[in-house]
Ligand binder design. Structure first.
Ligand SMILES: [Zn+2]
Length: 461
């Protein structure tokens, strides 16, 4: 990172302080984010960490020469097994279909694919090796086909969540099982019956627990020590606490992730989202009515650390903001922009613990500057600044005309274009009554015509 950039500061959940980010290796910033368990469509709560950490990765890539971003896919889990039993669809079909849907939905939010997306089932030997290692060192024990982590053996257990023992037991909703030496001990490996997927292991046929998947895959691709581990706040305990325990004990001297970042909860219209309340919103459903960029911008309008209240009103506001941004681009569509650095206002906001609400306010200011630019040279400069900032924020990636015309079919678009030509001809012939009639007829259908220097465009009102 050169001196010309501002310092990046991030709130670290482990120290509970804002820290200046200092990568372990300047030449390769390494980041791991817990990915989806693939058995159903992603809901808006699942999309939040994707958008948050995509924004972080965009920023890191701007500041550093190389970033390695790993996000796992949990494709072995009891929820998946249950879904397969309930629906009759095979596990492999469920995981392939829902993972593909996940990638498409996240792509619509302009979230770039991570560099590496390891699947848990491709890394079972790593997980078995980690279990063996922990047993050998006395941090774990095998009992009745299970392997359990003995939390009493790791003095620092609880350092991330800062919970005491009783809170941890209550929070993990731990099973009191006869094979556990201590109710707080958690599962690294468990036995599978004939109807459940399983792999041969020293403890019989079985499958991994969820926590060890992330520890094994993070270590495989990022090493024993890496820079940032991210995820939703609900993963702090037990998932991330357990990842730390497993990894720090397995790899002697390892501190696992140097910084921990967590995004806040998501509520829907002021209520906790749940299937029983009927306010369960999937990204897939939202995308039927809203552009992905509006969903992204609505999410970024709340600081990642704060809880987000997901409302249609916020989504509408984000869509209106984007209409304003795209209008500014359309009005200058004949201008070839000049390449520019990301302006300080936006960059400083993002470098201050990813302050996206402030960055968006700064972005509005850049749009105002573009709208007010007096001549073509100033417009080219202002447009360059807008586009550089937009790339960092992950917005304005759609073709301007498609932004305004989205939602109709091709026949309708052709018909409107024909009417626009007819109106232009009428105006040329000074037949203003016909020209006005065309404009008003379209307006009655919710189609607004806008006249620009180089022709007429249309949008939905
Ligand atoms: Zn994880």
């Amino acid at each position: 990172m050169t001196d010309t950039y501002p310092e990046l500061r991030i709130y670290d959940s482990l120290t509970r302080e804002k820290q200046v980010f200092e990568p372990i290796d300047d030449e390769n910033v390494r980041l791991y984010v817990c990915g989806p368990t693939v058995y159903d469509y992603a809901h808006v709560g699942n999309a939040r960490p994707v958008v948050v950490f995509d924004t972080l990765v965009r920023l890191l890539r701007y500041l550093y020469p190389n970033v390695t971003y790993v996000r796992n896919v949990t494709d072995i889990d009891d929820k998946i097994n249950q879904r397969a039993r309930d629906s009759g669809e095979s596990i492999s079909a469920i995981t392939a279909r829902t993972h593909q849907a996940y990638l498409e939905d996240m792509d619509a939010l302009n979230a770039d694919k991570p560099d590496i997306e390891p699947r848990a089932t491709d890394h079972i030997p790593d997980m078995i090796a980690m279990c063996e290692n922990l047993i050998e060192q006395g941090f774990a024990y095998a009992a009745e086909g299970h392997v359990l982590f003995a939390v009493s053996k790791y003095e620092q257990y609880g350092k991330l969540s800062r919970r005491n023992r009783d809170e941890m037991i209550a929070g993990a909703r731990v099973e009191i099982a006869p094979y556990k030496k201590d109710p707080a001990d958690f599962v690294l490996w468990k036995p599978s019956d004939d109807n459940t997927p399983g792999w041969d292991s020293p403890w019989g046929r079985g499958r991994p627990g969820w926590h060890i998947e992330c520890s094994a895959m993070a270590t495989r691709y990022l090493g024993e020590n890496f820079d940032i581990h991210g995820g939703g706040i609900d993963l702090v305990f037990p998932h991330h606490e357990n990842e730390i325990a497993q990894s720090c004990c397995a790899n002697h001297g390892s501190s696992y992730a140097k910084y921990w970042m967590h995004n806040g909860h998501l509520m829907v219209e002021g209520e906790k989202m749940s299937k029983s309340l009927g306010n369960f919103v999937t990204v897939h459903e939202l995308l039927e009515n809203w552009p992905g960029e509006a969903i992204r911008l609505a999410m970024m309008s709340t600081h990642y650390h704060q809880p987000i209240n997901w409302t249609l009103d916020n989504l509408r506001q984000a869509k209106e903001a984007l209409d304003r941004f795209y209008t500014a681009l359309r009005q200058t569509s004949y201008i070839i922009h000049e390449d520019a650095d990301v302006p300080d206002g936006v960059l400083n906001a993002l470098c201050d613990d990813l302050n996206t609400p402030l960055a968006i306010a700064e972005f509005h200011e850049l749009i105002t500057q573009l709208n007010k630019a007096k001549n073509d040279r100033k417009k080219a400069e202002a447009k360059g600044r807008v586009l550089a900032a937009a790339e960092l924020l992950g917005i304005l990636e759609i073709d301007v005309d498609s932004w305004f015309t989205a939602g109709g079919d091709a026949d309708e678009a052709a018909e409107i274009d024909a009417l626009i030509t007819k109106r232009a001809d009428a105006k040329k012939n000074r037949d203003f009554a016909v020209a006005d009639q065309i404009r008003n007829d379209l307006l009655a259908r919710g189609i607004i015509l806008e006249d620009f220097k180089d022709g007429t465009s249309w949008k939905r009102g």
